[in-house]
Design a protein around this ligand. Structure first.
Ligand code: SF4
Length: 86
């Protein structure tokens, strides 16, 4: 699978540059027991990964792979952030 990395158009929302727009979105919402490796690999190459992860953490996204992290990984990141701020 070859994905094209392109910046968002000027004035466009960052999410328009997300690589996930080029693949089946179901990849990012794995069913129980399904590997997240492919989705994670795409996220790791995504030019807007940081923005995506920050947004998912900010809204407490309850499902899916966002910014390369699973729900549990995002929950852990939020917990670590809270502990660091305490
Ligand atoms: S980091 Fe992953 S989920 Fe977020 S926009 Fe990029 S490919 Fe999509």
């Amino acid at each position: 699978m070859i994905l094209q990395i392109e910046p968002a158009e000027p004035g466009a929302h960052w999410s328009t540059a997300g690589l996930c727009a080029q693949v089946d979105p179901r990849l990012f919402f794995p069913t129980k027991g399904q590997s997240v490796a492919e989705a994670r690999g795409i996220c790791m190459a995504c030019p807007v990964r940081a923005e995506c992860l920050a947004a998912a953490l900010g809204r407490g996204e309850p499902s899916g792979i966002w910014g390369g992290l699973t729900v549990r990984e995002r929950q852990r990141a939020l917990r670590q952030r809270r502990e660091a701020a305490a």
